[in-house]
Design a protein around this ligand. Structure first.
Ligand code: ZN
Length: 148
């Protein structure tokens, strides 16, 4: 599991001109999750990110955490596979934002269009390509490190 953080004053996702997700001051997080990552690792990462002292205090010093400022979070990741896409539908998630397309297993637009199938009784909006270049670089670096 790996993440890239970007401090933001404002971030939002719009589809067809309609805002479907937004945060004011906080973090935009590109999240990479790999097979074998555990819930414990996710909990540890969340705790770590929430407590990073990366926001300025009233003296301009990097001294405040996301929790201290009451900041928001917008998370993006790799295009979900068919199993994950179906899980998003069944969990009744409002939407998913991801960075890199997955040409080998992506089930949002790359290999199939799971989220847009008419037989599902719930719609999950989706948007890919957010920080796409950074997502690809991050994932390639991550997995290259695992192969060495
Ligand atoms: Zn998956």
């Amino acid at each position: 599991m790996i993440s890239v953080l970007q401090r933001v004053q404002h971030a939002k996702v719009e589809i067809d001109g309609k805002s479907v997700g937004a945060t004011e001051q906080g973090l935009l997080i590109l999240l990479g999750v790999a097979e074998g990552d555990t819930r414990a690792e996710a909990d540890k990462l969340v705790k770590k990110i929430a407590n990073l002292r990366i926001f300025e205090d009233e003296n301009g010093k990097m001294n405040l955490s996301l929790l201290d400022i009451g900041g928001g979070v917008l998370v993006v990741t790799l295009e979900p596979c068919a199993m994950c896409a179906a899980a998003l539908v069944h969990a009744r998630l409002a939407g998913v934002v991801y960075g890199a397309a997955d040409r080998l297993a992506g089930a949002v637009t790359s290999c199939t269009e799971t989220l847009d199938q008419p037989f599902f009784n719930h719609r999950v909006w989706h948007m890919g390509g957010v920080l796409a270049r950074e997502s690809v670089d991050l994932l390639q670096d991550f997995f290259a490190g695992r192969r060495d």
